[in-house]
Design a protein around this ligand. Structure first.
Ligand code: ADP
Ligand code: NAG
Ligand code: NAG
Ligand code: NAG
Ligand code: MG
Length: 489
């Protein structure tokens, strides 16, 4: 199977590139070797069996995710394994992950082989569990993000404290990446980072000599579409249209997750840092803390969602014995408190503020479900795109301007405006020339504006506003609107 092909040279090269550039990683693996020799001498059976228990738990967590029918579908092949069978065959999920990717409609194609000869390495980010680097693949010249176990992360550190078994700990933490790979294979959506492939390359091959434990000692690598770490501060200074785009993407994601192929998925560690942006579109990248279980309950009192400033009691379905749609509500309130409150109300277009306020109120009170919330967002998008929210603009305002088609300006004197698309001047998105005229007339410095034909993601036009310019130059696609001198009364 192609995805399983793991030429030794590819794994070695990958290890070489990463290790040579990431000095910290190198130091980490040296320390690891030293600790491994230490732990090998002091045998602690209790610790060992506790770790094996945890490994087994992690393995069992992945298996239901592998079924193409979701949790309630026919049992996956793995459950046909006899109950008493030893779990040291932890290599099983390795095979299953690849099998799952092979039978899906969109297999993640890249394997260890595609990592041979990767160029330029950059650290994109790191968290408790994972280290993410940017590499350029030689064959296609495309940048991708690789995720590995973060040897310096809290997960590794805590495990080493508890078990003093570097190899076992590496394996334990690797399960989180395996889980993420499986989830990314099953959950395909425009607002979830795209899995390009994975590699269970055996970087620990040289240590195979060691008895037993060597089986699963390899490095697990997820190969992903590359994004940019989510930057809240930067987004707060961006136009409302871009902030709305992020919130809309999040709502579409949560709508998908509420009825995904795996059931209703809750994001337990819901934070902006679990997301990246790809060309302005929000994408979820950290999925290892996703849960597909709705909590069990016997009464409504068992279904309380706790947040720092609010608690919500949700209904317990007595027939099913689970909290009804708790995952969906948890996600939605997190979207409200981490994203909407910062991004949505501020500088919303005047014609849309009542709708935005309504969204803020219904999500903040959890009065709307994800379906209703998505409907409200799509309605705002529709109005915004069609310019219907502008119908109270005075149509005559455009008569204060002279239009010159096929022209652009030169020798501009720019001024800056709040939430501009350009930091040098004042560039804003508008529905049409009339809206631009309205904006220009409300800026005391503005004497002209022009269109170059550029559009935003919603299809609105980008208009440049300026104080003055020295002359006009022919430009086939542009238009300049010049404010007429005030008629003397
Ligand atoms: N595909 C990606 N492109 C760019 N940066 C990424 C990508 N995936 C993750 N990152 C960055 O790496 C950080 C750590 O990744 P994450 O999966 O969240 O690891 P952890 O589980 O340890 O929190 C993220 O916070 C994000 O900033
Ligand atoms: C939420 O519930 C907890 C535990 O029941 C309680 O201590 C806390 O005060 C409640 N918080 C709010 C904001 O109601
Ligand atoms: C929603 O609106 C009600 C009534 O106007 C108000 O009391 C409440 O604080 C609002 N909630 C949020 C989260 O905005
Ligand atoms: C939500 O929308 C989906 C279709 O997108 C539909 O199947 C489902 O029944 C809706 N749920 C509720 C509670 O309205
Ligand atoms: Mg994270």
């Amino acid at each position: 199977m192609r995805v399983m092909g793991s030429p030794l040279c590819a794994a070695a090269l990958l290890a070489l590139v990463v290790i040579s550039v990431l000095l910290s990683l190198l130091l980490g693996s040296l320390q690891l070797g030293a600790r491994r020799r230490l732990s090998a001498s002091g045998s602690a059976d209790a610790r060992g069996s506790a770790l094996r228990h945890q490994l087994n738990e992690r393995r069992k967590e992945i298996i239901p995710l592998l079924s193409p029918f979701g949790r309630d579908g026919p049992p996956p092949a793995a459950s046909q394994r006899r109950p008493g069978e030893p779990t040291s065959g932890a290599a099983a999920p390795r095979d299953e992950i690849s099998a799952a990717s092979g039978r899906g409609s969109a297999p993640d194609e890249m394997g260890c082989g595609s990592l041979a000869g990767v160029r330029t390495v950059d650290v994109l980010g790191s968290g408790y569990t994972k280290l993410v680097v940017k590499v350029v693949l030689p064959r296609t010249d495309q940048p991708v993000a690789l995720k590995f176990v973060n040897e310096q992360g809290n997960d590794m550190e805590k495990c080493l404290q508890d078990f003093q078994d570097p190899r076992g700990c590496h394996e334990l933490v690797s399960y989180k990446i395996k889980k993420e790979i499986v989830l990314l294979q099953r959950l395909k959506h425009p607002n979830i980072i795209e899995l390009r492939g994975h590699c269970m390359g055996d970087a620990g091959r040289d240590e195979r000599g060691e008895e037993g434990a060597g089986k699963e000692g390899g490095r697990v690598t997820a190969i992903l579409e590359q994004g940019n770490p989510f930057q809240m501060i930067q987004l707060l200074q961006s136009p409302w249209e871009e902030r709305f785009r992020v919130c809309l993407g999040l709502v579409r994601l949560l709508h998908f997750l509420s009825r995904s192929p795996l059931g209703s998925v809750a994001l337990l560690d819901f934070q902006p840092r679990q997301f990246v942006t790809v060309s302005g579109e929000l994408k979820l990248t950290d999925l290892d803390d996703a849960s597909v279980e709705e909590p069990a309950c016997r009464a409504d009192a068992d279904c309380v969602l706790h947040f720092p400033r609010r608690n919500f009691t949700l209904p317990c379905s007595e027939t099913l014995g689970v909290c009804q749609r708790l995952n969906e509500k948890r996600n939605l309130y997190n979207a409200y408190r981490y994203f909407f409150t910062y991004l949505l109300p501020h500088q919303a277009p005047p014609g849309l503020t009542h709708l935005v306020d309504h969204i803020m109120n219904t999500t903040g009170e959890l009065r709307a479900d994800i379906n209703q919330t998505m409907e409200a967002f799509e309605h705002v998008l529709l109005l915004y795109k069609s310019g219907l929210h502008l119908d109270n603009l005075s149509p005559s305002i455009i008569r204060d301007y002279t239009v010159m088609r096929g022209m652009a300006t030169s020798g501009n004197v720019e001024y800056r405006c709040w939430l501009s698309y350009s930091h040098q001047g004042c560039v804003l998105s508008v529905h049409n020339a009339q809206e631009a005229a309205f904006i220009c007339s409300s800026h005391s410095q503005c004497t002209s504006f022009s269109f170059s034909g550029q559009r935003t993601w919603t299809g609105r036009l980008l208009a440049s506003f300026r104080s003055s310019f020295s002359h006009l130059v022919p430009d086939g696609t542009s238009e300049v609107y010049l404010k007429k001198a005030k008629p003397s009364v």
